[in-house]
Write a protein that binds this ligand. Structure first.
Ligand code: HEC
Length: 103
């Protein structure tokens, strides 16, 4: 009984953990992917190594998603993504890795 619980726990942890890694990799790939837009630029063109996104980690999910979508539309000349699009969720996780809290 205990064994089953522990094993199930480990399995869940593993799946959850690899899910996060998967999202981060996907987010990074999308961040560098010019096919989100139509003008040949990617997020990384203007935000190399997260330039300008050091404080974006302070936004809540809705705000950050909104900002990313504005950049997709205005800076990449692309199509707004639906709010529940997994690509936005993956990029959001990635953008948060640039967060540098102010001292
Ligand atoms: C053509 C240049 C350009 C491209 C390409 C671009 N951005 Fe931006 N982005 C900007 C500018 C300019 C701002 C506003 C700058 C500021 O507030 O310091 C901004 C602001 C942001 C913000 C809000 C930052 C803040 O702290 O308020 C986020 C988040 C963001 N961009 C994400 C993205 C993502 C994700 C992509 C790719 C889908 C992207 N940007 C593509 C130029 C660009």
């Amino acid at each position: 009984m205990i064994k089953t619980v522990v094993l199930t726990g480990l399995l869940l942890l593993f799946q959850f953990g690899s899910g996060i890694c998967y999202d981060l990799k996907t987010g990074e790939a999308l961040f560098n992917d010019p096919s989100l837009g139509t003008n040949g630029k990617s997020c990384a063109t203007c935000h190399p190594n997260g330039k300008g996104l050091e404080e974006a980690g302070e936004y809540n999910v809705e705000m950050l998603t909104e900002f990313m979508n504005f950049c997709i539309r205005d800076a990449l000349k692309g199509q707004l993504l639906p709010h529940d699009d997994p690509r936005l969720a993956a990029m959001e996780k990635y953008v948060r890795t640039f967060y540098k809290p102010k001292k």
